[in-house]
Ligand binder design. Structure first.
Ligand SMILES: *[C@@H]1O[C@H](CO)[C@@H](O)[C@H](O)[C@H]1NC(C)=O
Ligand SMILES: *[C@@H]1O[C@H](CO)[C@@H](O)[C@H](O)[C@H]1NC(C)=O
Ligand SMILES: *[C@@H]1O[C@H](CO)[C@@H](O)[C@H](O)[C@H]1NC(C)=O
Ligand SMILES: *[C@@H]1O[C@H](CO)[C@@H](O)[C@H](O)[C@H]1NC(C)=O
Ligand SMILES: *[C@@H]1O[C@H](CO)[C@@H](O)[C@H](O)[C@H]1NC(C)=O
Ligand SMILES: *[C@@H]1O[C@H](CO)[C@@H](O)[C@H](O)[C@H]1NC(C)=O
Ligand SMILES: *[C@@H]1O[C@H](CO)[C@@H](O)[C@H](O)[C@H]1NC(C)=O
Ligand SMILES: *[C@@H]1O[C@H](CO)[C@@H](O)[C@H](O)[C@H]1NC(C)=O
Ligand SMILES: *[C@@H]1O[C@H](CO)[C@@H](O)[C@H](O)[C@H]1NC(C)=O
Ligand SMILES: *[C@@H]1O[C@H](CO)[C@@H](O)[C@H](O)[C@H]1NC(C)=O
Ligand SMILES: *[C@@H]1O[C@H](CO)[C@@H](O)[C@H](O)[C@H]1NC(C)=O
Length: 648
């Protein structure tokens, strides 16, 4: 089969709805990489992808080459990666190709892949799912008039093209057609399980063809035949993910002729993601895989069929800086800061048992010769590090925005973090508090900065908070964005903060002062020399900044020997920063009980900053670094008279 290149209609940029019939395709033969009915060919030789997924934007830049060498040493030959648009275009037209120590330097990722002698498959989305905030869509998309994501909508397609065009400028030299490692690019992501608008996927495919010069493919959940049919783009290779037994059989039965080619299981789930919740576990155990011998049997089946695979995930990494998404099947299930995924290479880049089993399995497919596994340094263990309260979050607020009604986080120009809504009571109100159209996501309620309770959409039935406010009382609602849904419903409306009006009983409250608190990094003015303070923490205190410090020998800091899992003992829920890096959320409910601290970000003298949202009388917190991570659950202290979700 030949690779079909498409031409983007000029209509698209003019903002007109694209009809799949309005553009034509002209065939070109791709000599560097191509496929026929049963095989991929790389430089003329039959090629089976022994793939694994790693996303650069979840891995510290300093560790990219280490993780790639470990992939190669396990026997992989191809790296599949999602690219997250929302991390790159942080505001309309504002591009950041460096973010967090260079994790956004996508071109450098492909240079490293090339240096390692590996091949690559590009998965640019724009929707990637991937347990990322809104599946990789920038939060500001919700403010674009008339936009509907993942549809044949001119606004969405135009902004998607800007993204793909800018991405192309950074990676085009790494395409196989230019002598680089990128073999092919995915169109959309599991679109067939979302909808079936073939005009939309054809238009997106045309945009990719305009900016990239490589084979395209689609990837859909293979266990459900309609997904394959709905997700297909005529002339584009159609592949599956999930269970390879059902998936390959369904591909044979249901793929249309112009989408047929060699088989690829583009996401072979070797394990599963983890969400926060008192009943959530690490890792989720059901379906195919999750059993080492069954995992390997599935891979053998794929290779015996002449197929290719990508292990999802080979190495998961970390949702730094609130990058996580969430699921919602009735209640929000936010994805944990850790994206360990119980993958062959764990979050700290150390191998689990399955890594060695896979290496043994893959060795014969690599002619019995694999590179040595790079040395694994032991991880850092620390003493207890005492963290003292140094400032109240509400004592140092940015300038307020005033409005007659609550504005959403996105209307305030904010994507992630927290927004504080304040209302000063002119006269008495008594009754049940109702926050907009529901909590988006976690609302901590204060009267005069005294905590009254928590309303959170993780609960099946959130707490009912009744208030009796008198003239002069200040009602504060601190709303946390816990991660926009990346899969399941509702995908279209992912605005955060407060959407709708706030009532006490039947009284609608207005006007409001609003404070955007995205806190990508801690406030610069926290004073690390404060070792004792007059701050007295009560059971109902408002969010408080705690700080502490620790030192390391120069021989290990800045290296993987300083990698550690840091636990915040005594904390309820909050955010951890080390040396200014946002390492994500912690939450005592678990199952994640510690956070990965990359040793490359540590120095001889290190500053820990914690934002504890519910200090609950703790005059100090204690941080401790360990080489082992505990996964367990605690009772949810905020689930007062409510029913907790997250049965998994
Ligand atoms: C890059 O994005 C900007 C908008 O953010 C757009 O104007 C420009 O055309 C894009 N560049 C390419 C090459 O597509
Ligand atoms: C949005 O749609 C409405 C109704 O179709 C239309 O009147 C308006 O001009 C559109 N706005 C933009 C910016 O496209
Ligand atoms: C894994 O699967 C194999 C084959 O089905 C089975 O024999 C074995 O008991 C399973 N192991 C576990 C730990 O469940
Ligand atoms: C293994 O050896 C065969 C025969 O020499 C060669 O064609 C093939 O490319 C080699 N495969 C790898 C992965 O090195
Ligand atoms: C809250 O603070 C205001 C202003 O200081 C005061 O008038 C009011 O009485 C306080 N309310 C409570 C419940 O302490
Ligand atoms: C930090 O606090 C100490 C002790 O109160 C004080 O001497 C010092 O000036 C403060 N430093 C800054 C930068 O505020
Ligand atoms: C800090 O606390 C220690 C021990 O309680 C005490 O000796 C010292 O005087 C305190 N320093 C300040 C500046 O309050
Ligand atoms: C604070 O909370 C603790 C633990 O729940 C409780 O034992 C204590 O009585 C509370 N203190 C006050 C003043 O309410
Ligand atoms: C990762 O591997 C290291 C070294 O074997 C181990 O200490 C740590 O507990 C592992 N972490 C996870 C999350 O599995
Ligand atoms: C809150 O009140 C509503 C109706 O007023 C009720 O359906 C719900 O069960 C209550 N929630 C809890 C946690 O009691
Ligand atoms: C969560 O687990 C607790 C025990 O740990 C149990 O009592 C409760 O019913 C569980 N909730 C759900 C929704 O499964």
């Amino acid at each position: 089969m030949q690779y079909l290149k498409s031409v983007l209609p000029a209509l698209l940029l003019a903002g007109t709805i694209v009809d799949a019939t309005t553009y034509t395709r002209s065939a070109t033969v791709n000599s560097s990489f191509g496929y026929d009915a049963t095989s991929f060919y790389l430089h003329g030789e039959a090629f089976q992808m022994l793939g694994g997924q790693m996303d650069p934007q979840r891995i510290p830049r300093e560790y990219w080459s280490d993780r790639l060498l470990k992939a190669k040493a396990m026997g992989l030959n191809t790296i599949f990666s999602y690219i997250y648009w929302n991390e790159l275009e942080t505001a309309p037209g504002q591009w950041d190709w460096n973010r967090i120590s260079g994790m956004n330097d996508i071109g450098a990722w492909y240079q490293e892949i090339q240096n390692a002698g590996l091949q690559a498959v590009l998965r640019p989305g724009p929707y990637v799912c991937g347990e990322r905030d809104w599946g990789g869509f920038p939060a500001w998309l919700s403010q674009v008039p008339n936009i509907t994501v993942r549809t044949n909508n001119p606004q969405f397609l135009m902004l998607s093209e800007y993204y793909l065009g800018n991405l192309s400028q950074h990676v085009q030299q790494y395409q196989v057609t230019k002598g680089g490692p990128i073999l092919m690019a995915q169109v959309e992501n599991e679109y067939g399980s979302f909808s079936n608008d073939h005009d939309y996927t054809a238009a997106l495919s045309a945009i990719i063809a305009k900016h990239f010069d490589i084979v395209q493919y689609t990837n859909d959940g293979g266990s459900t035949p309609p997904n394959i049919v709905n997700g297909a783009v005529p002339g584009i290779l159609g592949e599956i993910d999930g269970d390879p037994y059902a998936g390959f059989t369904n591909l044979e039965k249901y793929a249309e002729s112009s989408s047929r080619g060699p088989k690829l299981d583009g996401e072979y789930y070797i394990n599963w993601l983890t969400t926060w919740g008192p009943n959530a576990t690490y890792p989720y155990v059901s379906g195919i895989g999750y059993n080492d011998s069954q995992n390997i049997a599935g891979l053998k089946y794929i290779l015996d069929q002449g197929g290719s695979f990508s292990i999802y995930m080979f190495h998961g990494g970390t949702n730094f800086a609130f990058g996580n998404g969430g699921l919602n099947f009735g209640q929000l299930e936010p994805v944990t800061s850790s994206y360990d995924y119980a993958a062959p290479l764990n979050e700290s880049g150390r191998p689990r048992d399955i890594y060695w089993q896979l290496r043994d399995f893959l060795l014969p497919y690599q002619n019995g010769s694999l590179p040595e596994y790079p040395e694994t340094k032991p991880m850092l263990e620390t003493e207890d590090i005492v963290l003292k309260p140094v400032a109240g979050m509400f004592n140092d607020l940015p300038p307020a925005t005033f409005s007659g009604w609550p504005l959403s986080m996105e209307q305030l120009g904010q994507g992630r973090g927290y927004t504080l809504y304040r209302y000063t009571t002119p006269s008495s109100h008594t009754g049940l508090l109702k926050v907009g159209d529901g909590p988006r996501d976690r609302v901590i309620v204060y009267v005069n900065d005294t905590m009254k309770g928590v309303i959170d959409n993780v609960y099946v039935y959130p707490q009912n908070i009744s208030l009796s406010l008198h003239a002069g009382d200040v009602l504060s609602l601190l709303v946390e964005n816990q991660g926009r849904v990346d899969f399941s419903t509702p995908l279209y409306d992912q605005r955060k903060g407060i959407v709708g009006d706030v009532y006490i009983g039947t009284a609608m409250l207005a006007p409001w002062s609003m404070y955007a608190l995205p806190i990508p990094s801690p406030p610069a003015n926290l004073n690390f020399s404060l070792t004792n303070t007059s701050l007295t923490i009560s059971n109902t205190s408002s969010p408080t900044w705690y700080t502490g410090s620790f030192s390391l020998p120069s021989s290990i800091c800045g290296t993987a020997a300083a990698d550690t899992y840091l636990t915040i003992n005594g904390g309820t829920k909050g955010v951890l920063y080390v040396n200014g890096y946002n390492l994500g959320r912690y939450w005592s409910v678990g199952p994640q009980q510690s956070q990965y601290v990359p040793g490359v970000w540590l120095r001889e003298s290190n500053e820990i900053v914690v934002l504890e949202l519910e200090p609950r009388g703790k005059q100090e917190l204690v941080a401790r670094g360990s080489g082992e991570r505990a996964w367990f659950n605690r009772v949810d202290v905020d689930c007062v008279g409510c029913v907790s979700a997250n049965p998994n």
